[in-house]
Design a protein around this ligand. Structure first.
Ligand code: ADP
Ligand code: MG
Ligand code: ZN
Length: 608
């Protein structure tokens, strides 16, 4: 490798210099006679000296005739003139002595030079340490590609994320026997993206997949690419795939994919950041180049899927996403059971009670909680961890999480529960609306404090005016419930309002569904070929008059308003059911479709 060659050249260079220096000193010694000062004086008196050069400490000169030993040049160390005069009276040989400056010279330049060289080497090492080993290994990723061939983590260690586990089971089957899997021509997804908030167990889950399938696990973290030289990241990605291919079937896991796969040209440093771009391009190339029949599966994790480069999410790349969400109460009990196994517990410790006290906690928070409680118990010299340790630890952790804005306070949770039940109950009351699949008050992703999932029964390509009106009523159900119960308006409905307004506007301007304006298309579908005008900062062009614009606004307002009144009326009629189901939701955090149905039928039979 090139770096290696350079390294050797510099060694050679130093060696040659030292050699030449020594040789020079030796030959110089041979040609020049070192004589005592008294002898010099004698030669001087006898007139045998031809030339002299006098320095502060030494006298150098040449004889007219060479000495019997053959040397023509001599040197002598000087002695103070007065002292020399004085010494001349006695028959002694005397000479000056120059202190050896060797040690001082060494200290004054060899040591600093060595130090400098050392620091330089150290820095180089450190820089290249992030790249993988010494500087002779630039591009070789061995040091930072973590390979675990004997993974101890199994699905039993990951609790409360059953939906994600179910989706990953197929991959495990495939890795266990890639040939059998491809027998019918089935194709595995190349890449599976685990998406979810931090601490929900994505990394753990990826490792568990490797553990269950008993295949080597090659992992690398996107954030490690950030501080690298141009070209190195790409080389490492290539290397990663090469190593994994050699050991297939295997899993390649890229943690924190967002650090690497941020949309190109979208970051704050866009343009200047070739390195990431090169690395990302290399990743895309590798993904396109590998064939799942070789037995490689690429897993990645991110908590910010929205900033990923769209190229990564295209078909044939990370085309399957698995949601790893915050656990609900049941999930939290399961996770606690996993982590409580390691602690010595008091009889009074009840996972159900702990789970009830920890809404919004992720798996990592719960693992941390168990650890904190254990530490508290240790500090008070207890025999076992008691319930009071857990409550104390929860208080501590909750304070920290609230500061980071991740937990709702009880009042907010109550509002969210009514809001979500409002959506659900309006949806259940209206005919032809997609049935409610699940209601939850577990915060999901950014912004959403809770959610209601409706699953369509069939694919729909056409919607009637009535269906659109129903849809708007469902969307406004959340706000209507808040209004009904708390008589307030909150910001929680912002997203719903945006959707409702869009539907109402489209009904008036595109679908010709307003009685007043008639069957006219006043605006068209934005032309996707020319790009989104709003993105370019241009208002879409209208070809209607100001008075029509006013009429549109009034019609939209009218539609939204009547949808809201409808939801409000529906909820007023079901006030008792709303209260009951909201408090059930608060307690349980999620309600499935069947449970909702049984709640409402119970209330009907009770009122009947
Ligand atoms: P993520 O990668 O989603 O940020 P991690 O997988 O790194 O989260 O989780 C950190 C730690 O939290 C794990 O090592 C584990 O101890 C604990 N943990 C997280 N989720 C779970 C879970 N579902 N079951 C058990 N433990 C979990
Ligand atoms: Mg992680
Ligand atoms: Zn809502």
């Amino acid at each position: 490798m090139k770096e290696q060659a350079q390294f050797h050249v510099s060694y050679w260079f130093i060696a040659v210099l030292v050699f030449l220096g020594i040789q020079y000193l030796l030959t110089a010694q041979q040609e020049v006679a070192t004589i005592p000062y008294s002898e010099f004086e004698q030669h001087l008196k006898d007139g045998r000296i031809d030339e002299l050069a006098i320095t502060e400490r030494r006298i150098e000169g040449t004889f007219k005739e060479p000495l019997p030993s053959g040397q023509r040049r001599f040197v002598s160390n000087r002695v103070e003139p007065q002292l020399a005069e004085h010494l001349q009276q006695y028959p002694v040989r005397y000479t000056g002595r120059v202190e050896s400056t060797l040690v001082r010279d060494l200290l004054s330049w060899v040591v600093p030079a060595a130090l400098f060289f050392g620091i330089w080497l150290f820095l180089l090492r450190r820089m290249s340490g992030g790249l993988g080993g010494g500087m002779m290994q630039i591009g070789k990723s061995k040091a930072r590609v973590y390979v675990e061939t004997d993974m101890k983590v199994s699905f039993a260690d990951v609790a409360g994320v059953d939906e994600a586990k179910d989706e990953l089971k197929e991959i495990i089957e495939f890795l266990r026997d890639p040939q059998a899997y491809g027998r019918l021509g089935g194709r595995m997804p190349k890449g599976v993206l685990l998406v979810g908030p931090p601490g929900t167990g994505k990394t753990l889950l990826a490792r568990a997949v490797a553990g269950e399938a008993k295949v080597p696990f090659f992992s690398i973290s996107g954030s490690e690419f950030v501080e690298m030289f141009v070209g190195v990241g790409a080389a490492r990605v290539r290397d990663l795939f090469e190593q994994a291919r050699a050991q297939a079937p295997a899993i390649i896991f890229i943690d924190e994919l967002d650090a690497l796969g941020r949309a190109r040209g979208a970051g704050p440093l866009s343009g200047g950041h070739d390195e990431k771009e090169q690395t990302l391009n290399q990743l895309l190339v590798e993904m396109d180049g590998f064939d799942t029949s070789s037995g490689l599966v690429l897993l990645a994790a991110t908590n910010r899927p929205e900033i990923l480069d769209p190229a990564l999410l295209r078909a044939g790349r990370f085309d399957r996403q698995v949601l790893v969400d915050r656990p609900d109460k049941v999930g939290r009990v399961q996770i606690l059971n996993v982590h409580l196994k390691k602690a010595r517990l008091d009889a009074g410790v009840d996972p159900q009670a702990i789970a009830a006290l920890t809404p919004g906690f992720t798996g990592a928070d719960l693992a941390n909680l168990v650890n904190e409680a254990t530490l508290l118990a240790t500090r008070r010299h207890a025999e076992a961890v008691g319930m009071e340790d857990f409550t104390a630890a929860i208080e501590r952790i909750v304070a920290g999480l609230e500061k980071r804005n991740r937990l709702l306070n009880p009042r907010e949770r109550e509002i969210v529960a009514y809001h979500e039940m409002g959506h659900a109950l309006v949806a259940m009351a209206l005919p032809g609306v997609d049935p409610v699949h699940k209601v939850s008050i577990i915060p999901r992703g950014m912004g959403a404090l809770g959610y209601t999932i409706q699953r369509p029964i069939e694919d729909r390509f056409l919607m009637t005016r009535e269906e659109l009106e129903n849809k708007m009523a469902v969307l406004l159900g959340g706000r209507a419930a808040e209004w009904l119960v708390f008589a307030h308006l909150s910001t929680g409905a912002a997203d719903d309002l945006a959707k409702v307004t869009d539907i109402a506007r489209a009904m008036v301007t595109r679908y010709g569904m307003s009685r007043r304006l008639g069957h006219m298309a006043l605006e068209r579908e934005p032309n996707s070929f020319l790009g989104n005008e709003a993105m370019l900062g241009l208002k879409p062009q209208h070809d209607y008059s100001e008075s029509t614009a006013t009429a549109i606004d009034e019609e939209v307002q009218e539609l939204v308003q009547s949808a809201f009144q409808r939801s409000l009326a529906l909820l007023e009629a079901r006030r008792e059911l709303l209260e009951r189901s909201a408090s059930r939701l608060l307690q349980q955090e999620t309600l499935e479709g069947e449970e909702l149905l049984s709640l409402s039928t119970a209330s009907i039979s009770a009122s009947a």
